[in-house]
Design a protein around this ligand. Structure first.
Ligand code: PEP
Ligand code: MG
Length: 570
């Protein structure tokens, strides 16, 4: 038995038989010289392979669009634009003419040069694009008769796919019925393959060093998408433990979903509104959505990432309307772009900053990129012609930026003759917004607390640093800040919801209710557990805990206090 430790990238537990994926044509790219009178024939082969690759990608893109959605389908935009790029085609043909080499060699050289240039760029997003370029090479080589050894579409049932790295097209081409889990040596949580694995509900672990060497084809493997642990050829004892653990977890999840599917009401009759946070349109149709009261946060920036050009007003409107229709008549809160920070769109790569979380992010970014912002606001306004939507601005600092954005939205509504302007909300996720709460509340129709960023900025703790902000979310300073927001919203008689990750952790949800919040928005998959916990709670008890939490001296004391309530923090 061997154990590998990687990064948990897509949750869930799975066991199965290892399928070790070795990409690329066996024996590498064929290389040979050609005669001058063979040049035209090589040009023809090149053209055909490019056309077939483009056709194949186009049909894969349509399939993905219908099965997963526009955002996932657009991952192939960069691939297709390279395949149609005239200067790439011309350079490859010139290489064939000049060096008298076969087309495979010319394609390999051209694409390797391009990938190398991309890999040297400091910006991580651009470096990631080098993978798309390699993906195009593989596809073109396949159509020149040099396909990969294994076909990922025909994996045997119960496979654990083990690879050095997967391209987005590898992941999208997978037969998800047959793939129990994915283990990769490389690729982070934010890589496209990982994003897609999550979208497909396939447990995944990335960063499992030497996985393709340690794990042999046919090995029995356990994958824990919660802890990042991969166990190869487990002992009988480990096998039994894993099987019963997995069964218990699956059972708990199913029970939580079944038992508490109705409204969320504490034992004493206090009703708590539970809403969904979504990032991709398909999540609006998850089964857990049936018992949620609407979408409390749609993170629209994911529509803009991974694209060579931003989506048009019409494209955005289509997506927003589809989401609003999926949850109607319940409301959908559309948060405007929170680009910047670690979310850099391909079409604005030159805005690189050394400290992006403190730079052009959120509303600051949108107000600077006026045209992009106004296009989005018009798309939201158009959606409101037929759908029940509200608009929410991220990273608000005070009334100045909030009112500037709100005016732009009202103007967008006016332009399309929408008289009933949808409600306009402000995210409270910067320390500045906490101090300006009363004034923001006077201008905004509703408030939404982004604890992920609030923890980061209040406690000077990078939200991307593993294991740091989760614990610090319990710091007494955060408890006090949250109490201040709950009280301030109540004084201003403004509706307030919490949409940061804290709201989706059962014990913290109890603390939030104890502090006075009555609306929580979370990843739909987390809602059954939160609902169950709150339905089993009593408001007076939660308020007592919250009062004591305010007087704790550190996060350990708060944690202990919450632990006395029940299950402890996950
Ligand atoms: C937050 O900051 O808590 C939040 C909900 O927004 P995001 O995670 O998208 O920054
Ligand atoms: Mg935020």
């Amino acid at each position: 038995m061997k154990t590998l430790k990687g990064q948990p990238t897509s949750p869930g537990y799975a066991e199965g038989t290892a399928f070790v994926y070795n990409r690329g044509p066996a024996g590498g790219v064929p290389r040979y010289q050609i005669d001058r009178d063979q040049v035209d024939a090589e040009h023809d082969r090149f053209l055909q392979a490019m056309e077939r690759s483009a056709e194949e990608l186009q049909s894969l893109r349509s399939k993905i669009k219908s099965e997963l959605g526009q955002a996932e389908a657009d991952i192939f935009a960069a691939h297709l634009s390279l395949l149609h790029d005239e200067s790439f085609r011309r350079r490859t043909r010139e290489r064939i003419d000049r060096d008298l080499v076969n087309v495979e060699q010319a394609v390999d050289a051209e694409i390797s040069d391009l990938a190398k240039a991309l890999e040297e760029v400091e910006n991580e997003y651009i470096r990631e694009r080098a993978k798309d370029v390699h993906d195009v090479k593989r596809r073109v080589l396949k159509h020149l008769g040099h396909g990969p050894e294994e076909d990922l579409k025909n994996l045997p049932p119960g496979s654990i796919l083990v690879a050095a790295e997967l391209f987005p097209s590898d992941t999208l081409g997978l037969d998800r019925e047959h793939v129990s889990a994915i283990v990769m040596e490389h690729g982070g949580e934010t890589g496209h393959a990982a994003i897609l694995a999550r979208a497909m509900g396939i447990p995944a672990v990335t960063g499992a060093a030497h996985a393709t060497e340690v794990i042999k084809p046919g090995d029995h493997v356990h994958v824990d998408g919660q802890s990042g642990e991969v166990t190869v050829t487990p002992s009988e004892e480990a096998e039994n433990a894993f099987v019963s653990f997995k069964a218990r977890r699956d059972d708990e999840a199913a029970r939580a979903a079944d038992e508490y599917a109705g409204p969320c009401t504490t034992r004493d009759g206090t009703t708590i509104q539970l809403l969904a946070n979504i990032s991709r349109p398909e999540e609006a149709s998850l089964p857990e959505m049936a018992s949620l009261e609407g979408i409390g946060l749609f993170r629209t920036e994911y529509l803009f990432l991974g694209r060579a050009v931003p989506p048009t007003e019409r494209q955005q409107e289509e997506v927003y309307s589809a989401i609003a229709a999926a949850v109607a008549p319940r409301p959908t809160v559309i948060r405007t772009l929170d680009l910047g920070g670690d979310k850099k769109p391909a079409f604005l790569v030159d805005t690189f900053e050394a400290n992006p979380n403190l730079g052009m992010r959120g509303l600051r970014f949108s107000l600077a990129e006026r045209e992009l912002f106004q296009t989005q606001l018009r798309a939201i306004a158009r959606t409101a012609l037929t759908g029940n939507v509200r608009v929410l601005f991220p990273m608000v600092l005070g009334t100045d930026d909030f009112c500037a954005a709100a005016d732009l939205f009202r103007q967008a509504c006016h332009e399309i003759e929408l008289d009933d302007v949808p409600q306009i909300g402000a995210m409270i996720e910067t320390p500045s917004a906490v101090f300006e709460l009363d004034r923001i509340a006077a201008e905004a129709d509703f408030l939404s607390v982004g604890t992920n960023d609030l923890v980061q900025y209040v406690l000077a703790a990078d939200r991307n640093t593993e294991g740091l902000t989760g614990r610090l979310g319990l710091h007494p300073a955060m408890v006090r800040v949250l109490r201040h927001i709950a009280e301030g919203s109540s004084t201003a008689e403004r509706e307030v919801s919490v949409c940061g990750e804290l709201a989706g952790v059962s014990d913290l949800a109890r603390l939030l209710v104890g502090l006075g919040f009555r609306s929580l928005s979370m990843a739909p998959r987390r809602s059954p557990a939160v609902r169950r916990t709150l339905c089993e709670s009593d408001l007076a008890e939660l308020e007592g805990i919250a009062r004591r939490a305010v007087h704790c001296r550190n996060e350990n004391e708060v944690s202990k206090l919450l632990g006395t309530l029940g299950s402890g923090l996950s």
